[in-house]
Every structure is written in structure tokens, then in C-alpha cells.
Write a protein that binds this ligand. Structure first.
Ligand code: FES
Ligand SMILES: [Fe+2]
Length: 379
């Protein structure tokens, strides 16, 4: 992806100091700001289709339960018992019959988080079950994506997403179904993964197959926004999608206008969702920082159910293509992380084709008010 028109770069358009990738205090501050106090993409509604279905997500060392309650709403709670704090659930996904029961002394919660059973508490003065619901986590959805906010979500998800839902409406993402998931353990800071995703100068060098299907300078970026960066790139003539042979195995998604049939749209939706929208499928990456130099990445391929139902449906070309491309990206990103740790590293100058990275860097390195007001790189 490449910005065009590009943002003007000042003399300070240099990469961030090493501490942004290695320092535990900066990492902690980023986790608080981006992963506890903003909306984080947790997964898809597709993962909790039935009542009682749940999955767990680990966010900044917190385990969160995301569950569809018996009335059909998605709820999210800290995975912490109100009795003596025990982790309630350890199995990464599954279905609760109607309750969440603590494995220690069997305090029991309904799927709205209300404490409904607390054995041997009758003799405790003034104990009232209503005072001990599960700690809630903010939950909101957009086009099939589930977002959570550990801080409860004082500002709505819609404010964070701004005009993105209207922009991405033609893909009708809520209709798409998960077909494949690969989880990667990347030994690099979470920001390096976003920065790498936000430029394609490396594509002819690192991704020869991608370069064969989509020219690395064909991208056009939307005006950057404090919570998302990105835009479309063109597929080369005769290329139908990004897959091993460049051919689609299913129809173009029904809502797409013809001008988008030969493009792939790439968006970094901060802090942790990378969306790659192809003519026939959606690729998503969610980033889960584990330490300053380690990030778990969940990559998923989502197709339309009509395509999946087709007896000839074969997603392997798309899966193989992106699994290969992902591994190329992780390898070079891990090398970046290693170099940044060197004592001789100092911030290096950006190309004017790396303007989105500079915008992103300024946004994460400036104070929160400046970032949320969008002053960031424009000053
Ligand atoms: S810690 Fe959960 S019931 Fe005792
Ligand atoms: Fe790449």
C-alpha cells in the first residue's frame, strides 16, 4: 500500500527511538492507552453464533470472556471470580449451558454476569448476591466484528471508527464466515507489524509473488485518521484476487461496485485490527501484544457462505498465498526488532512514501489529546 497523494514530511520524519520497541514503561503506557482505554477488536460474531457460545481473549494479561447470552446479546466479562478471584474458565472456546461456574467453590453466574449461586454464604453478614456480578467489559459490534473495551467504553465504538463503517459497507462483512485461522507468534513489537503493513516499499524485495499480482506503487491512501490508516491497491491486469494463481474460486462479493473488482483495500484499524478486503474474501489480522518484543497475531480468512456452500469451493490458494506472505512479513519484522535493540541504532530518515508510518509514529508518540484531535502529523 502506498500513499498518494502523500503527506508532506518535515525534517523530523525519522523512525521512532528504540525505546518505543524495547522499553517496558513505554510498552505499559501503550497498553493502557490503546489496549485498555480504547476499543479493541476481539473477534467475530461468527465465533459466538449460538446462545451460550463463548471464546476467551487475553488482552494485556487480562483474560476476557466473550459470550452470547441466552437472549442473543454478546456480553464480555473479566474472567475473574468475585469470591476469591479465581480464573473462571480456562478452555479457549466452547459453549456454556446457561451458567458460568467457578471451579473453586462453585459460585455461579448467569450469562449476563449476575451472581446467581454462592454456596455457604448464608452466614456472612450483609452478603447480597446482587453486589457481586462479574466485572463487565464494554462490548460493541460493527459489521460482524466484536470489539471490547476494558475500561467499559466511555466513548462509543462509533466515535473511534468514524467514517470507516460507511466506507466499508459494500463488503457486507457481517455476512462473511470464517474459513481458516492461523495463529502466529511474532517476535516483534506490535507497532512494527502495523508499520510494516502500512507500506509496500518492501513488497518487490520481500514478496515477489505479491508484486507479481499487484504493483507495489499502485496504492492510494485515504487521508489518515487517528484511528485508521489505509486505502486500496490495484490488482494487475488479468489478476482477479490475491491467491497463489491470482484467480478467484468464488464470485465477487455481491455488494461491490465494478470499480472495486480489481482492487484490494488495506486498513490498519487501531490498535489491533488489520483488514484486507479482496474482491471475493476478507482477510483479518488481530494483534495481541505480549511483551515489548513479542506479539501474537491471529490471521483469519472469511468468505461468503454461498461460496463456501459451493461443492467446488477451494480457499487453499488464498490461504496459502497469505500464509506465505505473512511469514515473509514476520521474518523481516523480527529482523527489524533485532536491529532496533542494537546500541548503535538511531532513528533513520523516512522516505516520503513512508508518510503513513510517520503519521502513525507521531500519533502514538504524542499525548492522547493531540492524537484524538487529529493534530498528529498535520501540525
Ligand atoms: S474463588 Fe470462585 S468460588 Fe471461590
Ligand atoms: Fe509485507
Amino acid at each position: 500500500m502506498q500513499a498518494n497523494p502523500r503527506l508532506p514530511l518535515g525534517d523530523d520524519a525519522r523512525t521512532l527511538p528504540a525505546g518505543y520497541y524495547t522499553d517496558r514503561d513505554i510498552y505499559r503506557a501503550e497498553m493502557d492507552r490503546f489496549f485498555r482505554r480504547s476499543w479493541v477488536c476481539a473477534g467475530r460474531q461468527d465465533q459466538v453464533r449460538g446462545r451460550g457460545d463463548y471464546f476467551l481473549r487475553e488482552v494485556d494479561e487480562e483474560s476476557i470472556i466473550i459470550v452470547r447470552d441466552l437472549e442473543g446479546s454478546v456480553q464480555a466479562f473479566y474472567n475473574v471470580c468475585r469470591h476469591r478471584g479465581t480464573r473462571l474458565c480456562s478452555t479457549p472456546d466452547g459453549t456454556f449451558r446457561s451458567m458460568i461456574s467457578c471451579p473453586y467453590h462453585a459460585w455461579t453466574y448467569d450469562l449476563k454476569g449476575r451472581l446467581v449461586g454462592a454456596p455457604h454464604m448464608d452466614g456472612t453478614p450483609r452478603f447480597c448476591k446482587d453486589d457481586y456480578p462479574l466485572y463487565p467489559v464494554g462490548v460493541s459490534t460493527w459489521d460482524g466484528h466484536i470489539f471490547i473495551n476494558l475500561d467499559g467504553g466511555r466513548s462509543p465504538l462509533e466515535a473511534q471508527l468514524a467514517d470507516l463503517p460507511a466506507k466499508l459497507r459494500p463488503w457486507k462483512m457481517e455476512e462473511l464466515r470464517l474459513v481458516e485461522r492461523v495463529v502466529y507468534d511474532v517476535k516483534a513489537n506490535w507497532k512494527l507489524i502495523i508499520q510494516n503493513y502500512s507500506e509496500c516499499l518492501h513488497c518487490p524485495i520481500i514478496h515477489p509473488a505479491l508484486q507479481g499480482l499487484s504493483h507495489y506503487l499502485s496504492g492510494v491512501s485515504d487521508a489518515p485518521h487517528p484511528s485508521y490508516l489505509g486505502g486500496p491497491s490495484d490488482l494487475r491486469a488479468g489478476v482477479e484476487t490475491l491467491s497463489m494463481d491470482g484467480k478467484r474460486r468464488s464470485d465477487v462479493l455481491s455488494g461491490l461496485p465494478p470499480e472495486d473488482w480489481a482492487k484490494v483495500y488495506y486498513y490498519s484499524i487501531l490498535p489491533n485490527l488489520l483488514l484486507s478486503l479482496h474482491p471475493d474474501y476478507m482477510l483479518s489480522h488481530t494483534l495481541w501484544p505480549r511483551s515489548p518484543d513479542r506479539t501474537e497475531v491471529i490471521c483469519e480468512w472469511h468468505f461468503h457462505p454461498d461460496a463456501v456452500a459451493n461443492p467446488g469451493f477451494d480457499p487453499r490458494g488464498a490461504v496459502e498465498f497469505w500464509d506465505m506472505t505473512n511469514r515473509q512479513d514476520w521474518q523481516i519484522t523480527e529482523l527489524s526488532q533485532l536491529g532496533l535493540k542494537s546500541r548503535v541504532y538511531t532513528p533513520g530518515p523516512y522516505s516520503d512514501r513512508e508518510d503513513l508510518l510517520h503519521y502513525f509514529d507521531r500519533m502514538v508518540s504524542q499525548d492522547e489529546d493531540a492524537a484524538s484531535s487529529g493534530r498528529g502529523a498535520r501540525e
